[in-house]
Design a protein around this ligand. Sequence first.
Ligand code: HAM
Length: 541
Amino acid sequence: MTEAAPKKEQRRKFQAIRGTRDLLPPDTALWNHVEETAHAVFNTFGFGEIRPPIFEPTELFARAVGANTDVVSKEMYKLHGDLESFRDRAIGESNRPRTPQQLNMSVVMFVVFVGALKQALDSQELTADAESLRTIEKLTSLVREGHKRWQASQPTGWGTEWPEFFAECQRLAIQISIESQSLRPEATASVCRAYIEHNMQQLPQPQKLYYIGPMFRRERPQKGRYRQFYQIGAEVLENVKPDPMRDTAKELAKDAITDAEVIQMVMTFFDRLKLPGVQLEINSIGHAAENCRRGYVALLKSELEKVKDKLGADSQRRIETNPLRILDSKLEHEQPIIATLPKIADHLCDDCKTHYAAVKRELELRGVFYKENWRLVRGLDYYMRTTFEITAQGLGSQNAVCGGGRYDGLVELLGGPPTKGIGFAIGEDRLILSLQEAKDQSLVTSHQPPFVYVAWMGANAYAAAVHAAKDLRAAGIRVELPPVEQKFGKALERASKLGAQYALILGDNEVAEGTWTLKTLADGTQQKFTEPHLLDFLKKL
Ligand code: HAM
């Protein structure tokens, strides 16, 4: 029995989800060209490719990028995060002011949470160790008991027993480790995770790795800003061996060279692509110590408190959560205020100052032009010392085509050995946009038309055409073999339309005689060849 066709209004026209898009020919040829150039340039700097998975534990990104950053707190795509949100709701409800309705809701939310836990365990979506299992059991029986009590008495107030009950439920709920997973918003955290997982500190140091692939952030889509976007990134990771004789001056000089090499690599890549209007900005944000960034942030905070009333809501909130990010503000009315704030360069410790001066020297030595920007702090928590951003032409407000910096200590923060790190990520979508805006035709490698169009007619000719196409394609020639017989006039018309250079004319007569005709489409001239000669002739072109 066949199913009835859906009514017209039920037939949904599917479209790519907002913030995602299809990359199509001929544009994909430019994407491939960009990626091939990245492979080639990064190779000359000794980098090897890594392909991490596109989803990882949410906790990895929260710890690496920072739980308070926009990227983690607002923009991550969590996969089956229901358990966590049920738990958050249950805890949130049972913390609220105490009306009978809220009491009711709190009981219900804990019932929902333990129900969801059971379901996730049954379907093996959640795995729990013995201790977690015991905690889940305890919480489940406590919630069941509380639910029964609530059903029996339908309380009109919280009395004394309910706060105790919920405090115990919350205590147990927090103890259960629920591992949600997220689509990666960036890949530095994944590369560090892989470095630890594969004991890369035992391989020759530093490890120089690069990646190309999609990232996911729930941002407001606009030109140059997508929810699925692509990055081309690179990371240099170097294990730090304990050495009581460590020569700090030498270390700082070596790190500065690595920073300059990494920046030089991305600039070389942009240069090779002839990316228009490239501008590199650099800064040092010091390291997390009282006599360096921490001291500066405390000073910044106190200065910001004085002008709090003049700041926008976002910046006011950031005075508490992340005052450095206020320097990044694009709000017009905040600009004159920010201009008067203390500058980090005046508050760096001696080592960070030495390192920053060496980075600038090393860039100059390599002929890499830069501009210093004391407000360049970047939106991810893991940076220290060097930060940099590169802008390009034709991108409007989203003009940062690359961002990066140093992140010593991140691998350790993720449970690995003491390790230094520096890297960058290029927004490939923006890079392509900028190249396309520049309309440099030599660069925009378009989808290539067929070289030979095989115009065949007749059953014998068809078999010969199939063999000829196979032979020519094996020699790397682009061949179009039409799947239907066409009159020669029609076939030539189609060959011209596709932009082919030659039409190979094969009728049953030609095949019987063993002489094949090759027509040059641009001038209409024809040449006759025997089959082996013709294939040789084409292969040599
Ligand atoms: P990021 O600055 O967050 O850094 O991103 C790097 C680049 O990715 C940006 O400069 C931009 O070109 C591009 N990008 C970011 N979000 C979007 C979006 N929604 N749509 C289109 N392009 C976007 C990082 O991701 C760090 N992991 C870079 C890094 C590597 N630092 C050290 N190592």
